[in-house]
Design a protein around this ligand. Structure first.
Ligand SMILES: Cc1cc2nc3c(=O)[nH]c(=O)nc-3n(C[C@H](O)[C@H](O)[C@H](O)COP(=O)(O)O)c2cc1C
Length: 200
């Protein structure tokens, strides 16, 4: 959900988001994570240009071919939506940076997704992004006074906000096309052609 209002996220909802994050499964229960909320305009103003630069690098580099994909693929719409987030970066009322010492991110991503689901239960939309950590991790750490010597690296950044756009069903290949039973390539025998979601 990239189209959101600048309206602040109440403290109670932020508490729910962070509590959900730390309940997540994680390797060895080492809880190799730190979470940093950003709602300060001055900090967002420092991060915004970096985010836009990072997205431009992604679009001009690894995503170069995605940009010319046909409209039916949904790729141009996805890129336009991603650009919208970049262009409006400073208007998101709340950002959540997740840090881990594990470069795989495997122990922090379930926590981040739990945080996003908790937000959704409160009617708050979110978007998981990694482009800033990919291209500007050092600057992100400097801006937010992350110690350099403890091994923390930013895994991702999530935007939160009350939707101004509509909730929509995630457009995906049907589960039946990408799921098997017992052997690779063997159908599950389940009826997975249609999405199982009620009207949103
Ligand atoms: C690991 C990961 C990294 C992502 N990085 C970004 C990002 O840097 N910027 C962004 O706008 N969206 C990012 N996304 C969101 C995806 O672009 C989005 O899920 C995808 O386009 C499908 O859109 P939908 O989930 O709204 O259906 C990321 C998602 C994941 C899981």
């Amino acid at each position: 959900m990239r189209r959101v209002k600048p309206e602040p996220i109440p403290a109670k909802v932020q508490e729910s988001i962070l509590d959900a994050a730390v309940r997540a499964p994680n390797a060895g229960n080492l809880q190799d994570w730190r979470f940093l909320l950003v709602d300060d305009a001055a900090t967002k103003a420092q991060l915004g240009p970096l985010y836009r630069d990072a997205l431009a690098r992604l679009f001009n580099g690894p995503y170069r071919e995605v940009r010319t994909a046909p409209a039916e693929s949904g790729a141009p719409a996805m890129l336009a939506s991603a650009q919208y987030l970049a262009d409006n970066f400073e208007t998101y009322p709340l950002l959540l940076f997740a840090f881990s010492t594990d470069p795989s991110g495997a122990s922090v991503m379930p926590a981040v997704w739990s945080a996003q689901l908790a937000a959704r239960a409160h009617g708050v939309g979110s978007t998981l992004t990694t482009v800033l950590s990919r291209y500007h991790a050092t600057a992100v750490m400097r801006i937010m006074s992350v110690p350099k010597t403890e091994g923390w690296r930013p895994a991702c950044m999530v935007t939160f906000g009350y939707p101004s756009g509509r909730w929509g069903l995630a457009v995906r290949r049907p589960a039946g096309e990408v799921s098997y039973r017992n052997r690779w390539g063997v159908g599950t025998g389940l009826d997975l052609a249609a999405p199982r979601w009620e009207e949103l």
